[in-house]
Write a protein that binds this ligand. Structure first.
Ligand SMILES: [Mn+2]
Length: 333
């Protein structure tokens, strides 16, 4: 599985690394860990993302080395790089404007991902849907190449695995994920420090925004489907970044009876992002793919260039239809 990628690394000198739009813990952790690994091998490696690094993750990039495509560009011709590593990305669509630049060049593309909806879009693909996170796969790559798990690498990979497993509580929390984390802890990771940096370092307006989202919570299908929305005004006036609002979905999943949670976020007049989660029976990646998105069985997302209220209506009707057709198991506990 890793031989082809190891060959690309061993024979190359200069590498680009990127991840998806709406950067979150797994994306950021995977790319930073891969960068440190490549640099440790004496290679040149830079991370360039389509968007700026959300503030919550800046402590993982203390030297501010991560570039932001729209502001910094890639600094040189894309052809100067031997390959681009695309991590935690399931489709070209998730790369935003960067996709066009990559696709119109002849650079070798290497995708390391764990989304089951990934068709294998790059030149070289390692897509393992059973991996908890892209970070777990970067851990496997480093292990395969007998690399050293330094403290910096360990902290980034811990961020990845912890983020994607919901801090070790979702169904992708596997023995393999724990085993990788055991090694990461031996390399110096302090779980409470990472958790505090990412989850206990918010502003007052963060909780106020969550309060607003919970105030406008709706329930459908006899309480088995719950949804809410964040308007652009709510997001802007709070100053809270998009990535920090993911927690709302989890809070709603606390309700025992709820099987499906949908969070609508208004990113522009005609731009709406939808987050889907489920507990036991509904395959939300199927639901997301109906709207051009994708993801995992229990966690998926989609973006539509349409006004939010319009999207809410369309998505709810599709979700209710799916819930009618699927025998929903209320609880397996
Ligand atoms: Mn991921």
């Amino acid at each position: 599985m890793w031989k082809q990628i190891a060959d690309v690394i061993n024979s190359g000198r200069k590498f680009l690394i990127t991840s998806h739009l709406f950067l979150e813990g797994d994306a950021v952790g995977s790319e930073i860990a891969l960068k440190h690994f490549l640099k440790g091998l004496g290679k040149e490696a830079i991370i360039v993302n389509n968007e700026a690094l959300p503030a919550v993750y800046r402590c993982f990039d203390p030297k501010k080395e991560i570039k932001f495509l729209k502001k910094d560009g890639i600094g040189t011709d894309i052809q100067d790089f031997d390959a681009i590593f695309i991590v935690d990305v399931g489709s070209w669509g998730q790369l935003g404007d960067f996709a066009e630049m990559i696709q119109s060049s002849s650079i070798t593309t290497v995708c390391i991902d764990h989304h089951p909806t990934n068709p294998g879009f790059a030149d070289i693909n390692v897509v393992d849907k059973d991996a908890s996170s892209a970070g777990e796969l970067i851990f496997d790559l480093i292990t395969y190449m007998h690399g050293e798990i330094t403290k910096e690498i360990a902290e980034s990979l811990y961020l990845s695995i912890a983020s994607d497993t919901g801090w070790f509580k979702f169904s992708n929390t596997s023995a393999k994920a724990f085993s990788a984390c055991s090694t990461l802890l031996k390399s110096g990771v302090k779980p409470e420090v990472i958790y505090e940096k990412v989850c206990q370092n918010k502003s007052w307006s963060y909780l106020k925004l969550i309060n607003l989202a919970l105030e406008s919570l709706h329930s459908e299908c006899d309480g088995r489907l719950a949804w809410t929305k964040l308007t652009q005004e709510m997001l802007k006036s709070s100053g809270v970044e998009y990535v920090e609002t993911d927690v709302i979905i989890d809070l709603i999943r606390a309700i025992g009876k709820v099987e499906v949670v949908i969070l609508f976020r208004e990113l522009g007049e005609k731009k709406t992002k939808i987050g889907f989660r489920s507990k036991h029976t509904i395959n939300v990646s199927k639901l997301a793919s109906k709207f051009g998105g994708g993801g995992h069985v229990r966690a998926a997302g989609a973006s539509l260039n349409e006004p939010m209220d319009h999207v809410v209506e369309k998505v709810l009707s599709e979700a209710k239809e799916l819930m009618k057709k699927t025998k929903v198991c209320v609880s397996t506990v």
